[in-house]
Write a protein that binds this ligand. Sequence first.
Ligand SMILES: Cc1ncc(C[n+]2csc(CCOP(=O)(O)OP(=O)(O)O)c2C)c(N)n1
Length: 640
Amino acid sequence: MEPAFKYLSQIVQPTDLHKLSVKELQELATEVRRAILENVSRTGGHFSSNLGTVELTVALYATYSIPPDKVVWDTGHQAYPHKLLTGRLDRFSTLRKHKGLSGFLKRDEHALDVFGAGHAGTAISAALGFAVARDTLGTKERIVAITGDASIASGMSWEALNHGGEMQSDIAVVLNDNRMSIAPNVGALKNYLARLRSRPFLQSVAHSAKGVIEKMPDPVVRVAAGLRHGITHYLAPSQTGTIFEEMGWEYIGPVDGHDLPTLLDIFSNVKVLSGPVFVHAITVKGKGYDVAEEDATKWHGVIPFDLASNEMTKAAGPVSYTQAFGEAAQECAEADPTVVAITAAMPDGTGLVKFAKDLPDRFYDVGIAEQHAVTFAAGLAAGGIRPLCAIYSTFLQRGFDQVLHDVCIQKLPVRFFMDRAGLVGDDGPTHHGAFDISYLSFMPNMVLLAPRDTTELREMTHWMAAYDDGPTAVRYPRGAGDARLPEARPAISLGRAEVLGNNGETFENAPEILLCAVGSMVSTAWEASGEMAKQGVRGTVVNARFVKPLDAATICDLAKRAGRVVTIEENVQRGGFGEAVRDALAAQGLGHLPIEIIALPDKFVEHGAQPLIRAEVGLDAPSIAAAALRLAGHSEAVKG
Ligand SMILES: Cc1ncc(C[n+]2csc(CCOP(=O)(O)OP(=O)(O)O)c2C)c(N)n1
């Protein structure tokens, strides 16, 4: 019987592609595309970006000698063809599943994942590092970076192009230009790339063109020869030199990123060129799957879908935190003309699509430029505007110094909205928002909040929009959270916690434990309190609301009464909420009280479904109840 993937099933390593004819490589590309379609429709994952890189990957891997040559992928969300061409077909069905293949590149997943990523804009820097390492060690391998038209607009990419243009090391950058970020791409560079794209597609680069042309004595002949071979470097810069050439890179393009025979020819020539080379490939996001080509945003990252009907069936659920923020942000902006919203390339992910549509003059998508987003917001705030700066917890790490240096030192009222705080699930360690409490709460002047549910996020958003005394930040998880908490609540007030009490009946003299929880963990603590009540232990739940300033008075009063404290947070322990509570207790002479800090471990948590990995690290109700009962002296563990 013919195998399902006649060619792909034979590929164990990229050099296996060298044995195939052009026609067979074309068949292989078709199989790679089919493998992505069939698999991602079942597992979910990044979709349209991967359909767009099939021919580029096949052409590169068929021409370069990998290993020892190295390809560095930017972000890694478009590298499924790379996974398939490096012998991972048999494990492809485990993509993004717990203990299965990662959705990104990981050095410990495969030797040819030479540089891991998840955040955008790192590939050119890393590739330049590989090139300089090679030159230093005297080895001979070729180095290629592949980046996207949105990722290349990030500051780091330009820092690397700037450095590489001066270094003149042998390195190739392939720009996979599909005109799209997750949303439509933004910025002036996008317009510039569009102008380059409008040039006719290159058909070939003659073998060693550059070396040959360089030896031509007559400048006119040299220019003509350069043009013929798509090397415009020899033209007068003021007329046609691209910005890349001006910066010392050989510009080759535009090339049709789906025309495999041409790509094979171009890469086999690029491979032997010396110095930094920039190949501009034009691709179509979603290539080969009509609906994805038409709506690349919707199909950028998908949940499992039906291949026959193209239906993505998302179970109707409660309003997500993302949606709650988006709606509240718009209410704030509609009520106050000084309120604006900022995103760094994530209008959809941060819930701001409707805001952008309804209030276009008050909405800024700055592209993959978190550092700029933060300082832009700081400037706006200094200029009298109220900016709501919506950046995922993990991506705000990029803007650490900007938050500290531009916002906090100057006590500017920038409001940060950090979606995807805590464990995000299938995207894994590059995307978990595990550190924001630590990296924000030690900054003087910062006010840091976390809501217990989406209603509280709405209230906090309004409260923050009206708070002009300095910077504020709120963290909230991916998804809708757990709405099984009492609805009634006091209004938000600076530095005040909410005491939720005990979930369930206990005897009057029952032993008591204070469960001090923050954000997403409040509902989990509430559930744990219910479990504890069944064991005759009163778990008094306090919803911190503010990590900083902490409501030390309330927490210490309750702790004194209960005599034991458990803190629960979806952040690493070091520098986190629990340590702040422990310090507050010690400061009030309660350092002797037994305290257990339940937090994320001091390791990078792998990918997997949110409930699964939360349970694995002890952030589920049974684990919390068991830990609390142990602290109360109950040996009987609730878990299991
Ligand atoms: C620093 C950072 N900010 C935001 C993101 C979220 N993100 C993932 S992919 C992507 C768009 C990338 O677009 P592009 O580079 O053009 O690649 P394409 O998906 O179009 O192939 C964004 C914004 C990220 N991964 N890293």
